[in-house]
Design a protein around this ligand. Structure first.
Ligand SMILES: [Zn+2]
Ligand SMILES: [Zn+2]
Ligand SMILES: [Zn+2]
Ligand SMILES: [Zn+2]
Length: 282
């Protein structure tokens, strides 16, 4: 009777496991042993030997307080719903001792996926025990994000950060924010501020020179001009960094103040600087 039950359970487990694309755990088809007393050995304190008719495994049961456990075995296999036992009888006095064979775990076969686990939420499977037929729902732990990190450097315009992205669910977050970089200032220079001309040459034609304004940044330059006085305004002209002196200008000193501005760029802040430009006519 016991044998029938065990074999049919094993067959059920095998056929289920082969037929369905399902998850099983603890698929164990170990022999449950059908013992037969096969003799007593005197050596080393003495023991009785029982041999499994099915697989040949030999169980040794040591003699104990004068008892020799040679009187046969009464056995019930453990099951997923109850303990089993082995009861030995002394061949001399007939006393019995019983050893409990603990109940084993249900053989759960997941035949129903109620909810697959996600990165952050547990899943739920339903399993049926192949031995006892009991159905139970099992929580399947959340799998956790699969995160990759990408570092983006700050620029003068945008902040830097590390972007953490889950390749499974698309979850993402920015961390380690670094503020946008401070742009360096531009330094503006001019190469000519004081220039002399001969009045004799100005009698024939107007003259011109450039103040040679430059920035060490890359901002576009613009100018605004204030003449020192009415006399200077009358003879001097200024356009795009170039100073002109009118034809026929007489001897004297003429001056203007030029404010040079550089606009802000991707890499530099705006800047502004003022230069005094003097023209001497001799
Ligand atoms: Zn066996
Ligand atoms: Zn005894
Ligand atoms: Zn069970
Ligand atoms: Zn995720």
């Amino acid at each position: 009777m016991q044998r029938m039950k065990t074999l049919s359970a094993a067959v059920l487990v095998l056929s289920l496991a082969l037929a369905l694309p399902i998850k099983t755990e603890a698929l164990s088809l170990a022999c449950t042993h059908y013992y037969e007393y096969t003799g007593h050995v005197e050596a080393d304190g003495g023991h009785s030997e029982y041999t499994c008719k099915q697989c040949g495994y030999v169980l040794e049961v040591p003699d104990e307080d004068g008892h020799i456990w040679s009187g046969g075995i009464e056995k019930e296999d453990p099951w997923c719903t109850h303990d089993g036992y082995m009861k030995f009888t002394c061949g001399i006095c007939g006393e019995a001792k019983t050893e409990i064979l603990p109940e084993f775990d249900h053989l759960r076969i997941y035949i129903e996926i109620i909810k697959e686990p996600t990165c952050t939420e547990d899943g739920l499977y339903a399993g049926t025990c192949a031995f006892c037929g009991g159905r139970k729902e099992y929580s399947v732990p959340a799998e956790g994000h699969k995160l990759t990190e990408e570092t983006v450097a700050p620029t003068y315009v945008t902040e830097g950060y590390t972007l953490v992205t889950c390749s499974k669910c698309g979850y993402n977050e920015k961390k380690d924010i670094i503020p946008a970089l401070e742009k360096p200032a531009q330094n503006i220079t001019v190469s000519r501020q004081t220039v002399s001309f001969k009045a004799s040459k100005l009698k024939k034609a107007k003259r011109a020179f450039t103040i040679g304004a430059k920035t060490d940044g890359d901002g576009k330059l613009s100018y605004s001009v204030r003449y020192k006085n009415a006399k200077s305004k009358k003879v001097l002209g200024f356009r795009s960094g170039k100073v002109t002196i009118k034809k026929g200008t007489g001897k004297g000193t003429y001056a203007m103040t030029v404010r040079v501005s550089a606009v802000e760029t991707d890499d530099y802040n705006a800047a502004e600087k003022t230069f005094k430009v003097t023209v001497k006519v001799k």
